[in-house]
Design a protein around this ligand. Structure first.
Ligand code: GTP
Length: 204
């Protein structure tokens, strides 16, 4: 099956205030808000992009990091082909908490080969508590893709999503059978949330 016209479900997870919504805002709208409110439940955005000559539509789910919303998690994980696990390089606790996020991921994803990317965000800040090599080491140990980003300066953001999509496209088992159903679900949602959609063709 051709990858062109494909809809992929991506999920952003990680502790509260690590910058999940900011990464999504930067990626989809190209903007940054210094005082973003915490996500309540879940947010959702759609973005089109061309990767390696394939037009893909990304349905990106931004989950709330706050503990009180964690019970909603199982439904979000279902059908996700890619997961972005975010920590804040200036808060060690968000890095040490990664194990519990990975456990949750293992429990709730229904695809064994879901592509996972670890993202160390807020590299623009001077008060770093997690070194790049620590992030890299953890990612290698747990077979995750890895990148550091700054939603504020844009550094690494585009690259993070592109790498994730490329890896998903290289794993046809993940998207081949699901294309039809996912596409239908997305059409319903994107019609409701037209103002949140944007189009982007970085490689054309
Ligand atoms: N300096 C800097 N600040 C950032 C960066 N990314 C996010 N922030 C700020 O960090 C705060 C939290 O960001 P959010 O994007 O709301 O974090 P979140 O992970 O979505 O938080 P929850 O919705 O509670 O799960 C906001 O005030 C952002 O402006 C970054 O790369 N650099």
């Amino acid at each position: 099956m051709e990858a062109s016209g494909l809809t992929l479900k991506l999920l952003l997870i990680g502790d509260s205030a690590v910058g999940k919504s900011s990464l999504l805002l930067r990626f989809t709208d190209g903007s940054f808000e210094p005082c973003l409110k915490p996500t309540i439940g879940v947010d959702f955005k759609v973005k089109k992009m061309v990767v390696d000559g394939h037009a893909v539509q990304l349905a990106i789910w931004d989950t709330a990091g706050q503990e009180r919303f964690r019970t909603l998690a199982p439904s979000y994980y279902r059908g996700a082909q890619g997961v972005v696990l975010v920590y804040d390089v200036t808060r060690k606790d968000t890095f040490t908490g990664l194990e519990s996020w990975l456990n949750e991921l293992e429990t709730y994803t229904n695809k064994s080969n879901t592509v996972k990317m670890l993202v160390g965000n807020k590299t623009d800040k001077p008060d770093r508590e997690v070194e790049r090599r620590e992030g890299l080491q953890f990612a290698r140990k747990r077979s995750l893709l890895f990148i550091e980003t700054s939603a504020k300066t844009e550094d690494g953001v585009q690259h993070a999503f592109e790498e994730l999509v490329i890896k998903i496209l290289q794993t046809p088992d993940l998207w081949d059978k699901n294309t039809k159903k996912q596409g239908f679900q997305l059409m319903e949602s994107s019609q409701k949330e037209k103002s949140l959609c944007s189009a982007y063709c970085p490689l054309s």
